[in-house]
Design a protein around this ligand. Sequence first.
Ligand code: HEM
Length: 226
Amino acid sequence: MSNFVSSSIGKKFFMSITGFFLMMFLSVHLTVNLLLIFDDTGVLFNQGAHFMATNPIIKIVEPLLAIGFLMHMIYAAYLTLMNQKARPVSYNKVDQSEASTWASRNMFVLGTLITIFLVLHIMNFYWKLKVTENPYPAVLIGGIEMEDTYSLVGGLFRTSLVYALIYIAGAVFLGIHLTHGFWSAFQTMGWSGNIWRKRIELVGKVFAILIAVGFSIIPLYFIIRF
Ligand code: HEM
């Protein structure tokens, strides 16, 4: 097992399996978050957020998600360091722009920017909901008392243009990271024969655009609408 983990394919395998897991999380997270812009009363989004916060299956998945995020980040840092050690003369000195995309050459930089975004993001919402206190009082929907997550999210974007722009930047970095990450995860799993390569690349680009545009629309909506 330890041989596999330290082998080149083992390292890539861990990056891609945790990457797949994160892509599934992002799809669910975006779907729930889009409820923010479909109902200005906040009822739909508050119900969605309440379901996600109380559902027993999600409660099991949440710590796994945290471990997945951490493994993906720690492994990426480790791999980048190892690659630099093994390659003292930087490839950057050679023009690689023909052979690879900008995203593929800057996965670590993009990942670091996304991690910085994520720390701010967790402090904005998760921390206030789970650790300190939501400044907005709880609401009663269908006889159930729940957190007013809608006002927490909407309040941030309505009052802080800086944060709204940080969220748009985070979504764009994530999208660029995924243009390479999606394809790369499939390639590592061996699902990328000649016929499938172009198709997976295309699906990856569509997924990356959906994630970047989908997450950006939310702060944009609050800036323009309110
Ligand atoms: C407009 C953009 C976004 C909004 C409005 C948003 C909203 C939220 C909210 C309200 C929570 C707290 C949920 C709860 O604990 O009840 C949360 C948690 C979280 N978000 Fe986001 N999010 C956005 C973008 C992102 C992006 C781009 C990522 C990934 C890079 C992300 C990753 C997470 C993670 C890891 C958590 C903690 C786990 C969880 O509670 O599910 N979010 N988000």
